[in-house]
Design a binder for this molecule. Structure first.
Ligand SMILES: *[C@@H]1O[C@H](CO)[C@@H](O)[C@H](O)[C@H]1NC(C)=O
Ligand SMILES: *[C@@H]1O[C@H](CO)[C@@H](O)[C@H](O)[C@H]1NC(C)=O
Ligand SMILES: *[C@@H]1O[C@H](CO)[C@@H](O)[C@H](O)[C@H]1NC(C)=O
Ligand SMILES: *[C@@H]1O[C@H](CO)[C@@H](O)[C@H](O)[C@H]1NC(C)=O
Ligand SMILES: *[C@@H]1O[C@H](CO)[C@@H](O)[C@H](O)[C@H]1NC(C)=O
Ligand SMILES: *[C@@H]1O[C@H](CO)[C@@H](O)[C@H](O)[C@H]1NC(C)=O
Ligand SMILES: *[C@@H]1O[C@H](CO)[C@@H](O)[C@H](O)[C@H]1NC(C)=O
Ligand SMILES: *[C@@H]1O[C@H](CO)[C@@H](O)[C@H](O)[C@H]1NC(C)=O
Length: 432
């Protein structure tokens, strides 16, 4: 069976050669001869060996063979590390403890580390959360090389747009390149919602733009955004987008700020007194906002120069019963070992909205690569700052007596999980 399945391929390639007009007569004779040989086989299906149906059959066999071989090669290459990255599902894999290669940088040595993420600095003693490497099943992630990335970013802007999780990923990216750039050749500058790290020698910038709901909202102030009546202008994005439209590589996220049953939507502007407000079911508003975002990309982004990414939902670990102990991520020191673990904080319906919007954008010629980090980050219940971060407000006695009550199980310690998200980004930016 297997030997036979190779034959149509050889025959087809002969046939292709024979399509050259000068050889036509010979080729036809040969094919008719072949057809006769195949009559016995074809007889099984009761197909008369007319010339056209033979060609159709040969093509069908060829396609079936191709599909069969490509499936087979998936199995065959499973343990080969040189599978083409473009062929490899980077997001399917496992965490491997590797304190030789990880962390990729030291918390203390990163010039621009954030106090919200500096868990060691704020007293965390168990540091193994820094030592986990993501091992895809089919291939290896390329080793992060800051010089190579900066070269790729020469005269370019890499911009992260979104909420505090995306900001964490941006800080991670800055820390990943920081040590490769001497102090006099870099700068950090914040202007309103936009923070810019610049490697001046390369004229490369790695930026973060605060827009937690992507569209305009009353939470757009980069510092003072904790308002009780969260409201979005679901059709308005230009105020934000004009700051990032000409970026060369754009990395978006938006999920955390939508986690509520309904959202207040404003038609009109925040300034005008006659705006129309309406409370709308969250999934609907989320989809409307992503449509506004995707329409903007379709009409304003230069497809031939811009690389686009969307980071899927970052899981939170606020429900200890999901893995069977503790209140939440507080005092966790090991990843979840259960395969395919999926926490109750993570809503697949919301993720599907993003997938649909990205699929739809693709049909309109705009490719956005999803960084599918949800499942793999689900395992990392121990990766959050918990209580080891700067507390912006003094703790109450009640909180101090119950540390899990104020544990941050949303953001991620650095070095840590977001470094791996950036390794995916690196793989796509440098190796594709
Ligand atoms: C691939 O390697 C893993 C361990 O490294 C092994 O368990 C698995 O059986 C191998 N798979 C194949 C198809 O050889
Ligand atoms: C994301 O990755 C997980 C783990 O490999 C997989 O189960 C899931 O289907 C992927 N989702 C998408 C949208 O590709
Ligand atoms: C790495 O981990 C192993 C096992 O936990 C430990 O014995 C070793 O000392 C660690 N090495 C470093 C460099 O931390
Ligand atoms: C990073 O890449 C540069 C340029 O290709 C190379 O010279 C250097 O050795 C690499 N660094 C590491 C740590 O691999
Ligand atoms: C520096 O990079 C910016 C993009 O960030 C680009 O617009 C500008 O032309 C670059 N400057 C030079 C001298 O190439
Ligand atoms: C800050 O951003 C505003 C609006 O984009 C711009 O007009 C202004 O020149 C910027 N200021 C600095 C110091 O870059
Ligand atoms: C939100 O509430 C604050 C007071 O809590 C009020 O000043 C503001 O106008 C409200 N904003 C909207 C958009 O409703
Ligand atoms: C889009 O980017 C390409 C590559 O940088 C450039 O050649 C082209 O002029 C740009 N198109 C527009 C409309 O700006």
């Amino acid at each position: 069976m297997k030997n036979e399945s190779h034959q149509p391929q050889q025959e087809a390639s002969k046939r292709r050669k024979n399509q050259n007009p000068t050889h036509k007569g010979k080729g036809e004779r040969k094919l008719i001869g072949m057809a006769k040989k195949h009559q016995i086989v074809l007889g099984i299906w009761g197909i008369r060996s007319s010339f056209r149906s033979l060609i159709a059959l040969l093509l069908t066999i060829l396609i079936i063979t191709a599909v069969y071989l490509s499936q087979d090669s998936g199995r065959f290459f499973e343990n080969r590390t040189n599978v083409e990255l473009s062929q490899c599902n980077l997001f399917s894999g496992k965490w491997v403890f590797d304190n030789q290669s990880y962390p990729l940088y030291k918390e203390k040595e990163c010039t621009y580390m954030s106090d919200q993420l500096a868990c060691e600095k704020f007293g965390r003693k168990d540091l193994s959360y820094q030592n986990w490497r993501w091992q895809p099943h089919q291939c290896n992630l390329p080793r992060f090389n800051a010089t190579v990335l900066l070269e790729r970013l020469r005269n370019k802007r890499l911009i992260f747009v979104g909420d505090s999780l995306n900001r964490g990923q941006w800080v991670s990216m800055v820390c990943l390149v920081d040590s490769a750039v001497p102090p006099t050749l870099k700068s950090m500058h914040t202007n309103g919602s936009l923070s810019t790290f610049k490697a001046t020698e390369y004229n490369a910038s790695i930026e973060f733009y605060w827009a937690p709901l992507l569209v305009e909202s009353n939470s757009d102030d980069p510092l003072n955004h904790r308002v009780p009546n969260r409201t979005v202008r679901v059709k308005a994005i230009e105020k934000h987008a004009k700051h990032w439209t000409d970026g060369d590589i754009l990395v978006f996220d938006s999920y955390l700020w939508w986690r509520r049953p309904t959202m207040k939507v404003l038609w009109g502007s925040f300034e005008s007194p006659d705006g129309i407000y309406k409370e709308v079911e969250m999934l609907r508003v989320y989809e409307m906002a992503l449509r506004t975002w995707s329409d903007w990309l379709e009409f304003h982004v230069n497809r031939s120069k811009t690389q686009l990414f969307f980071v899927s939902m970052s899981p939170t670990h606020e429900s200890g019963e999901d893995w069977g102990d503790g209140e939440n991520c507080y005092s966790e020191t090991e990843p979840v070992l259960k395969e395919e673990f999926w926490g109750s904080d993570t809503d697949p319906k919301t993720m599907r909205v993003v997938e649909n919007v990205l699929d739809d954008l693709k049909t309109r010629g705009v490719d956005v690569q999803m960084l599918n980090i949800t499942q793999l980050s689900e395992y990392r219940k121990e990766g959050h700052p918990s209580i080891y971060r700067k507390q912006w407000e003094p703790l109450t006695e009640e909180q101090i007596s119950d540390p899990s009550s104020y544990a941050d199980c949303i953001h991620w310690c650095l070095p840590g999980v977001p470094d791996v998200w950036n390794e995916f980004l690196y793989a796509y930016i440098v190796h594709q």
